[in-house]
Write a protein that binds this ligand. Structure first.
Ligand SMILES: [Ca+2]
Ligand SMILES: [Ca+2]
Ligand SMILES: [Ca+2]
Length: 406
């Protein structure tokens, strides 16, 4: 353990060694690391190391091309927690993960402002890239949990918020707030399981397998879609709330794309969709199926209220879906990102709570009770809880969306 007292430290290329936790000793965000035009914190070839409680920032878009304000490469059992990271120097993601990485927990991270990439578009807030595999290798990136984070863009800065791509497995996005984002509607999705890039080393292989996307808020997002499932196998999308993903800079709420690998098993259930009216393309779409329909493709037990009617594949007709009833979200709005801090995550989440009178109450499935639910990290992947860590029952009476009423 290395304890750092309050203050702002001008440091760059800070390598965290194996077995070391770098801790802000006077509490979360009391200590700050300012890296100027360089990478700030590196986990490179290490294990059992952590960064806890720092504000980490650089000079946005400055300097020579780099690869990550916070960088995780060829490492295992790494934790980044209670951290606020923003304003990446030129060509850098805010958090860049690549090489062989097994066991990464990113928890309670508030992050924004990736830099431009060379060519004019933007890097990502979090980039998870299973890189470097050769024929016969297992996926180089495995077991990544992104938990209770808030990722957004400001001032038109950004494209993707987060993606997992190329050759990765066992990915969990849980209890996060995604949005607002700044994609311009000609651009990529905000949140990706997979990308449109082909796999490496096998271009035709699935690029992401066994992903879970649950208890997340998708709000105020732009680009091709709020959430994209691309060239992936076994993706579970449940108990998310999609609100106000709308307007002329968004094409779809959920997009699937199988341009290099036909999208496999995809489940969409227990979600709330409210006030989503993407209109960038001729009609926009609730579900945009860019290639073949995922197989199998399952959606049911979702609530739809005040959304656009257009959808590449119908969202009507769910046997246990809830249609045209107001879920009664407490005070939903696109989050104000003008003064971000760690406490804002819970505050935003509270505005998407429901009450006992909501038609979303008790009409969802017990996700853990469904045969085939991924459980690659017991204790994490099989949690029955909502976004504010209230328990969900072990029977088919889960509430829809991020909140379970107690
Ligand atoms: Ca990137
Ligand atoms: Ca319930
Ligand atoms: Ca709750």
């Amino acid at each position: 353990m290395v304890c750092v007292h309050a203050g702002t430290y001008a440091e760059s290329w800070l390598e965290v060694p194996t077995g070391v936790t770098l801790l802000s000793a006077d509490g979360p965000l009391a200590a700050a690391i300012f890296s100027g035009d360089m990478s700030a914190v590196r986990f490179d070839g290490v294990s059992n190391a952590a960064l806890d409680g720092f504000e980490v920032y650089g000079t946005w878009d400055a300097g020579d091309p780099g690869n990550g304000l916070i960088r995780v490469v060829d490492s295992e059992n790494i934790t980044i927690r209670n951290t606020m990271a923003h304003d990446a120097p030129y060509d850098m993601d805010v958090v860049k993960v690549s090489g062989q990485v097994s066991g990464l927990l990113i928890e309670g991270l508030v992050a924004w402002n990736p830099a431009h990439r060379s060519g004019g578009m933007f890097q990502e807030v979090i980039d998870i890239f299973g890189s470097g595999a050769t024929a016969g290798d297992p996926p180089p990136v495995s077991i990544v949990i992104v938990l209770g984070c808030w990722l957004f863009h400001t001032d038109g800065i950004g494209d993707w918020l987060i993606y997992s791509k190329i050759y990765a497995e066992n990915i969990l996005y849980e209890n996060n707030v995604f949005g607002p984002s700044a994609g311009a509607g000609w651009s990529n999705a905000a949140v990706g399981i997979g990308t449109g890039e082909a796999g490496i080393p096998d271009a035709a292989a699935a690029v992401v397998t066994h992903a879970i996307v649950r208890n997340n808020l998708f709000v105020g997002l732009r680009g091709d879609a709020a959430l994209a499932v691309m060239n992936a196998e076994d993706t579970w999308v449940y108990n998310n709330t999609f609100f106000a993903n709308t307007g002329g800079e968004l094409r779809a709420v959920i997009m699937t794309r199988g341009n290099s690998h036909a999208v496999g098993d995809t489940r969409v259930f227990n979600n709330i969709f409210q006030a989503n009216h993407p209109s960038k393309s001729a009609a926009g779409a609730l579900f945009w199926i860019r290639d073949a329909l995922p197989s199998p493709w399952y959606h049911d037990h979702n609530l739809y209220f005040d959304n656009l009617a257009a959808s590449d594949t119908p969202y009507t007709g769910e046997a246990a879906g809830v249609y045209d009833l107001d879920p009664g979200l407490f005070a939903p709005a696109v989050p104000d990102a003008s003064s971000p801090n760690l406490q804002r995550i819970a505050e935003i989440r509270a505005t998407f709570a429901i009450s006992a009178a909501s038609p979303a109450v008790d009409v969802g499935l017990d996700a853990m009770g469904i045969v085939g639910h991924p459980n690659w990290c017991p204790g994490n992947t099989d949690r029955r809880w909502d976004a504010d860590q209230d328990p969900r029952p072990a029977v088919d009476t889960w509430d829809l969306g991020v909140d379970e009423v107690q």
